[in-house]
Design a protein around this ligand. Structure first.
Ligand code: ZN
Length: 168
């Protein structure tokens, strides 16, 4: 069984199906310097180091990190370094498995395909931000209501204090 090496990722080959979830596992690079980059990126405890079987799932790479082979296999480019959702402090970003397939025409040049991927990704990010903004507005409305209630309460307290004061 392969498990994703990213500290807070729970993806394992036992739970994930490549065809159903669109998630693939990618072994650490053999090149020392690039291996080190990956080891740092996965956010593990200091004593941790990768082994020959260590892998990172496709959820931590950007769409542009992948290319399709002539036989239609999705391969990770050699320069790719895990960068998405690798730390709990990071803003959650939409990952490649949640990206709808892109309409690529046989006449599209590599440049056009790249741009299509980019536009698509930005659309998804915009959608996520919009949702988050809506949640924030809802939160703001709730806070405003609370504030109004508090103001009213304070007003009542002041009135009460005044009338109490007069009584004495
Ligand atoms: Zn993962």
């Amino acid at each position: 069984m392969v498990s994703c090496a990213v500290a807070n990722c729970k993806n394992t080959s036992a739970k994930i199906s490549k065809n159903k979830d669109g998630i693939t596992f990618h072994r650490f690079p053999r090149d020392k310097a690039r291996r080190k980059q990956w080891e740092l990126a996965v956010n593990r405890e200091e004593a941790w180091s990768s082994t020959a079987s260590s892998a990172v799932c496709s959820e931590h790479f950007e769409t542009k990190d992948f290319y399709l082979t002539e036989s239609g296999l999705r391969r990770l480019s050699v320069e790719a370094v895990p960068a998405i959702n690798i730390s709990p402090c990071q803003e959650q970003e939409p990952t490649i498995s949640r990206v709808e397939p892109i309409d690529i025409l046989p006449t599209d040049t590599e440049e056009v395909i790249k741009l299509k991927y980019k536009v698509h990704r930005l659309e998804i990010i915009a959608e996520t931000r919009k949702k988050r903004l809506n949640l924030m507005w809802q939160g703001k409305r709730r806070l405003r209501k609370k504030l109004d209630r508090m103001k009213l309460l304070i007003k009542h307290l002041i009135i009460n204090k005044k009338t109490n004061g007069k009584l004495h």
